[in-house]
Design a binder for this molecule. Structure first.
Ligand SMILES: Nc1ncnc2c1ncn2[C@@H]1O[C@H](COP(=O)(O)OP(=O)(O)OP(=O)(O)O)[C@@H](O)[C@H]1O
Ligand SMILES: [Mg+2]
Length: 247
């Protein structure tokens, strides 16, 4: 069963077609990168998959469940996690507190801060999540004081707190300094553990080619193909449509 299935999805902004008949699957434990020129529709496709935009045609399935008509928070509860371009952490709280609140919220519990120190289960889960993104040593730092690459790791930790089966990452390396990219890439590489599916939009081609099992290429809202990194790099249409422009 696919972690994510996008079937014949179309989306229009007013009368303008932005996403045209996109079909794409991400298997459990698979890492798929979504590339394409600026304005190709990558973020729009994420918005359709996560439920911010309603498609004019097609279906979206998460773990085999049709979520096409569901609101974003209901999709999240069914195992779909998504990062945004903008940071969504509580800057004045510690890294540990941010993650503990996310664990508590994901468990359907209260987000009242005065309960957070008393719940051992939450604390243990938060520590596990922080270790997975290698932020354990920074648990007591103020989230607002983190470097950009660390903040990205924290955002991923907040997603992992909900134990998603499918993750959408929209340019997780954006704004991260070159020296911090390898460590962040290692954290992202580990996200497919436990059979989680990952779909990542990323412009750093070296990271894409290194991490992805398959690469999907979007151009003017149409999927040109989805294949192994080597096959995609060798494809003449892809080179013309994307790589020729970008590299
Ligand atoms: N809500 C909206 N209303 C109108 N047009 C939109 C809307 N959302 C996206 N678009 C348009 O859809 C096209 C695709 O935009 P999108 O942000 O999905 O591209 P992208 O592939 O993510 O680009 P980038 O690489 O720059 O992030 C653009 O022309 C954009 O202006
Ligand atoms: Mg985008």
């Amino acid at each position: 069963m696919s972690a994510l299935a996008v079937e014949g999805v179309c989306w229009h902004a007013g009368a303008v077609p932005i996403i045209s008949d996109v079909t794409l699957r991400v298997a459990a434990g698979e890492f798929v990168a979504l590339i394409g020129p600026n304005g190709a529709g990558k973020t729009s496709l994420f918005n359709v998959v996560s439920g911010l935009y309603g498609p004019s045609a097609g279906r979206v399935l998460v773990g085999g469940v049709d979520v096409t008509g569901l609101a974003p928070h209901k999709r999240a509860r069914l195992g779909l996690g998504r990062t945004f371009q903008t940071s969504a952490v509580f800057a004045s709280l510690s890294v540990r507190e941010n993650v503990a609140l996310a664990v508590q919220a994901a468990g359907g519990g209260s987000m009242r801060p005065w309960r957070r120190r008393t719940d051992r289960r939450v604390a243990t889960a938060a520590r596990d999540v922080l270790d997975r993104v290698s932020l354990g040593p920074r648990a007591d730092a103020r989230a607002g004081d983190l470097a950009h690459g660390e903040k990205r790791k924290l955002e991923i930790a907040l997603l992992l707190a909900a134990a998603p089966r499918m993750l959408l990452l929209d340019e997780p390396m954006a704004g991260v300094s070159a020296e911090d990219v390898p460590a962040l890439a290692e954290v992202i590489r580990g996200l497919t553990a436990d059979g989680r599916g990952v779909l990542m939009v990323e412009h750093h081609m070296d990271v894409v080619l290194d991490l992805a099992d398959r690469v999907a290429v979007l151009h003017h809202g149409t999927l040109l193909g989805c294949d192994t990194p080597a096959a995609v790099m060798a494809d003449a249409t892809v080179q013309l449509a994307y790589l020729g422009e970008e590299l």
